[in-house]
Each structure stands twice: as C-alpha cells, then as structure tokens.
Design a protein around this ligand. Structure first.
Ligand SMILES: *[C@@H]1O[C@H](CO)[C@@H](O)[C@H](O)[C@H]1NC(C)=O
Ligand SMILES: *[C@@H]1O[C@H](CO)[C@@H](O)[C@H](O)[C@H]1NC(C)=O
Ligand SMILES: *[C@@H]1O[C@H](CO)[C@@H](O)[C@H](O)[C@H]1NC(C)=O
Length: 553
C-alpha cells in the first residue's frame, strides 16, 4: 500500500485518479481501482499493478460444508457472475482455488443472522473465504466477484491489488428495499430479477408492499374473491410464485417481509367485500384514504383469516401491517361507525387504538412481530412493546420513537420515487444520489441510536413498472446500500462517484438496466443477452432481403 502524508492536494487528487490507495494522516481514501461497493469494513491491498491472471477453466471452489443454499450461490457466481465475459482465451496459467470455510450450517435467516466474513486473496493463487454462516459466505462471494477484472486486450481475467485482505460485517442488521406491487404489478420473474439486484448490493430485506388501494393481487385460498380487486386476473401472485420468490430471496440471504396495509390503502379489498370499507364520501375520489370499517365484526374475522393464511406463506418473523395515512375523519363520516364509537365511548384515535390492538393480537397468534409505519404512533396510538416502527416522516419523530424503547427503521431518507432533492425546482438533471448518499439513519439522532435497526430504500411505484424500475432504482439505491452496510465514516462523495459509476456498469453487464452517473464507457460482453432478455424480449430482426428492399425503395 502506498503511503503518503502531507502532500499537496493536487498530488492527492492525481493519486486518487490513478487508483492508488493513499493515506493522509488518519483519513483513508479508498483505492478507486479496486471498486468495492458497498465498501467493506476493513480493506488491505497490495499495489495496483500487483496482478495475476485468472483462468475460469482452472478455478476450483471447495467448501467446508455441503449446504444446498450455499451451493446455489456458488453455482450462481461460478457460472456467470465471476466471469461475465465468458471463459476468454485459455492459458495454462491462472489456476486459482477458492476455499470456503463456514462455521455453522444453520440455514435460518433472521434479523440476528451473522453476515460477517473475511476474504483473503493471496499471491499464491489461493483465496480463502471464512464466515460464521452461509449467509456471510454469500456476502463474501459478492465481494470476491468485484475483485475479478476482465482484461479486454488479453481476452482474459485478472485480480489486482494483491494481496487483498478484507474483514467485513454490516453496520446495520436491517438493510431493506421496498417494492410496491399495489400500484403496478411486476411479473413474478421480474421480482426475481429485483432480488438479484438486491443481492448484488448486500441488501438483506425485501419489504414487499404487495397490495394497496389500487390492486389486491395476491391469491387467497381463504378468500378466493379477493383477487377480484386485482388490476387484472393475470396481475396476481399465486402461492407457488410467492414461495419461489421467498426461496429465491433466501438463496441470497434476503428475508421477505410482506406488507398488507390496513386500515387505509385497503380499498381493493372492497371490490370483493364492499361492506368492509367505511362509507366516507369526502374521500370517494381518493381511494388511498378510504378506510376499513372498524365497526364491522367481519372486518376482524376477515383480517384474522387473511393474516393467518399469509403468515404461513411468508416465513419471516416480521409482518408489516402498514397503518399509514389514516384520515380519522373518514370514520366519523360513516353513521354506523359513528354510532359504534359513541357506544364504546371512543374518540377516533381510540378507535384506531382498538383496531391496532386487534391486529397485534392476530399476529401474536401466528407468532409474528408487527411492523407499522410511524403514523399510528404519531396519532397517539399506544403500540405494543416490541412493535417495530418504520419512520417515513423525519428524524425528530425517529428520536422520540426510539426514546420510548421502540425499535425503528428509517426510510424517509431514501424515497426513490423522488426525482428531485427537496428545495430544487429547476435543472435538467439533479444528483439525487448525492442527497441519498448524505443521508444516514443517525442524522439528527442524539441518543438511543442502538434502537435503530437500519433502514429501507423505497421504490413507490405510482409511476414505475418493470420497464423503468432498474433505471429509477440504480445506481441511486447504491447510496442506501452503502450507507446501511459500510462503516459510518465512508461518506466521501468524490470517492463514491467513480465507484458507483463502475458498479452501475457491472450491474449492466449482469443484466440490470442501471443508469450511469457521469460520462463514461461501459464495456459489455458481445451479444449481452442478459440485458436484452431481462428488459425487452426478442428483437424482430429484418431479413437481408427486407433490408435491401427498404434501402432501395
Ligand atoms: C467455461 O468454463 C467452464 C469451466 O470449465 C465450463 O463449465 C463452461 O462450459 C465454459 N463456458 C464456455 C462458454 O465455454
Ligand atoms: C364471491 O363472488 C361470487 C360472485 O360475485 C359470489 O357469488 C360469492 O358469494 C362471493 N363469495 C364470497 C365469500 O363473498
Ligand atoms: C416464534 O418465533 C420465534 C422467532 O422466529 C421463534 O424463535 C419461536 O420458536 C416461535 N415460537 C413458536 C411457538 O413457534
């Protein structure tokens, strides 16, 4: 590692540009060349030009345990992710061995799962990857893939900066990403594609905001009529598809937490069950705000049946029931609900309290911990101890929530549907990724930080479907991915920008339609089938005679 101290700023900048690892006083500026994202906790490297060739044919992997999940991950990296440009020119040299040691074969995937790993890439052509769990090993495989470079001129691969030594663990245990299939239906295989992208960036929770006022697209055996509220009969997820999505996510070490948002954002339930929706004319044209009818006993029978069924489909211990944007006056407008509140001597907030308590009890019966948006708390509802509160408002509210002992998730910082940083009203393009990068769950938090579990990047999908998802999300979501994984000290925008731009290219090579951040060139494998297949389907080629006919017409 080249060490520099007290040099001029100019030299410092030029060193960064040539990709050297330099240290100025205590501040470490990461080498741009090694291109790791999210940046690991501890990285030691040799010089930039300390490189060795790597021949895919002579790359062997061995593992201390035989785990079906880890085998899937190894296969995924070995078949395409380590070597996206194919096998290249075969040389007799370049044999490497990857030795994976995992201390426990436990496959359970929870909030407490240890994702730490250490990775050592030695000049003896040996790579050791050591982790306590298979999920830690999976994180290490991703990091390793980022050290392997394609050398276009030699038609082969190499690893540089040898020897490399990485010790890594996430800063936060909850690194979530929200998808919203209530506003646009994403085909199930597109959700698998999204999971790929989350795995590449070490997110570990897929928060699936699966239904909303606009569409109820989940098949239910208990209430088969529910999918009458889907956008279209084909825009529904079968149980088999959900199981595949959950299993696929687990093969990346990603938990799937479903959200069934109630009592607002639930109007699609009313297509099959109109009597479950409150009658409030003020909100007739604002279907997000129509509320469930809390005075109807069947509302609770229904929710209990629905949650019980869905709890078995989604094995994760956490279950999100929304609770956001409850306009309480909707309940006051409905004469039957008004009478019910009067009978119980409930204010509207007490009515909401009653509702939330019922929901908590239903989830307890199926051994789930409830997650809600911060709105019920903000309204003054006393939430059960242990509830996890996802904050979409601001850090002042986060601070108050964690002071009360609740665990919190911060999501307001990373609303990817926002295309302009707040306060900006003009401009051809804006670097929203930088706003996202400067955000931190601890910003504005003075105490009880340990109650913040992490955060979530949210891709609300009013204006997003599978055609523009990738470009909206990437590379901007890298900001959240790095903030939630990397040490708090990794905040340098100038360091992140070239890394993220390179990362965006890496993802493009992997079939993700990620946008660039700056003028650059991204070399893709010839006939990059992954991109065209994932994005556009078959191209309708012209025959030579058709081309000739058109050109001579
Ligand atoms: C690349 O090499 C691997 C390992 O020898 C082999 O399984 C695979 O078929 C090869 N791929 C191509 C495209 O030649
Ligand atoms: C489901 O919908 C059908 C057709 O509208 C109706 O006949 C049936 O009663 C409904 N079932 C329930 C449980 O609501
Ligand atoms: C409830 O869930 C917790 C956490 O997943 C688990 O440890 C416990 O065994 C479960 N209890 C029952 C009765 O299933």
């Amino acid at each position: 590692m080249m060490m520099v101290s007290n040099f001029t700023k100019l030299l410092l900048i030029s060193c960064v540009l040539i990709g050297a690892a330099i240290m100025v006083g205590a501040q470490v500026i990461q080498p741009v060349g090694i291109q790791l994202t999210p940046w690991p906790e501890v990285v030691g490297t040799g010089p930039e030009h300390s490189c060795l060739a790597l021949n895919p044919h002579l790359f062997t992997v061995s593992s201390s345990i035989n785990s079906a999940i880890l085998n899937v991950a190894i296969q995924r990296y070995q078949s395409t992710l380590f070597f996206p440009f194919g096998n290249g020119t075969q040389t007799p040299s370049g044999a490497w061995s990857l030795v994976i040691t995992v201390n426990s074969g436990d496959t359970s995937l929870t909030l407490e799962t240890d994702e730490s790993y250490s990775l050592s890439v030695k000049t003896t052509n040996t790579i050791t990857l050591t982790a306590n769990t298979i999920y830690g090993a999976i994180r290490g495989l991703e990091t390793l893939s980022q050290t392997i470079q394609w050398v276009q001129s030699a038609n082969t691969y190499q690893i540089c900066y040898l020897p490399i030594s990485i010790i890594d663990a996430p800063r936060f245990p909850w690194r979530g990403f929200l998808i919203d299939t209530g506003r646009h239906y994403y085909p199930a295989d597109f959700i698998l594609h999204i999971i790929d992208t989350l795995g590449y960036n070490k997110f570990n929770v897929l928060h699936w905001h699966i239904v909303d006022a606009q569409s109820f697209g989940v098949e239910s055996n208990t209430f088969p009529n529910l999918t009458m509220g889907a956008f279209n009969p084909v825009a529904t997820y079968s149980h088999a598809e959900i199981q595949e999505i959950v299993a696929y996510a687990q093969s990346y070490g990603i938990r799937v937490v479903p959200e069934f948002d109630v009592p607002a954002h639930a109007d699609a339930i009313g297509t099959a069950f109109p009597h479950l929706i409150a009658n409030c004319p003020t909100y007739a044209d604002d279907i997000n705000s129509l509320l469930l009818n809390i005075a109807n006993d069947y509302t609770y029978t229904f929710l209990n049946g629905l949650f019980t069924e869905m709890a078995s489909l989604f094995p994760d211990h956490y279950f999100h029931t929304g609770g956001d944007e409850v306009h309480l006056d909707c309940w006051s407008e409905d004469p039957t609900i008004q009478a019910w509140m009067k009978q119980h001597k409930y204010t509207t907030v007490q009515a909401e309290q009653y509702f939330e308590t019922q929901v908590t009890d239903m989830l307890l019966q199926v051994n789930k911990t409830k997650l809600v948006w911060n709105d019920p708390w903000t309204n003054g509802v006393k939430l059960a101890e242990g509830t996890v509160i996802e904050v979409w408002d601001n850090s002042e509210i986060t601070q108050k929530i964690i002071n009360e002992g609740f665990r919190a998730l911060v999501s307001f910082a990373w609303y990817l549907d926002e295309q302009m940083p707040s306060g900006v009203s003009v401009g051809e393009f804006e670097n929203t990724w930088q706003t996202f990068y400067k955000a931190d769950p601890y910003n504005g938090i003075k105490k009880n930080q340990q109650n913040i579990l992490g955060g979530e990047a949210c891709m609300w999908s009013e204006q997003v479907n599978q055609m523009n998802f990738d470009t909206r999300v990437y590379p901007r979501a890298l900001a959240a991915a790095e903030r939630l994984w990397s040490p708090a000290s990794i905040t340098d925008i100038n360091n992140a920008q070239p890394r993220f731009d390179q990362r965006s290219c890496d993802m493009k090579i992997r079939g993700v339609a990620s946008s660039p951040l700056q003028p650059s060139f991204c070399l893709l494998p010839p006939n990059n089938g992954m991109v065209t297949k994932a994005r556009m389907g078959p191209v309708h080629r012209l025959t030579q005679s058709e081309i000739k006919a058109i050109l001579t017409a």
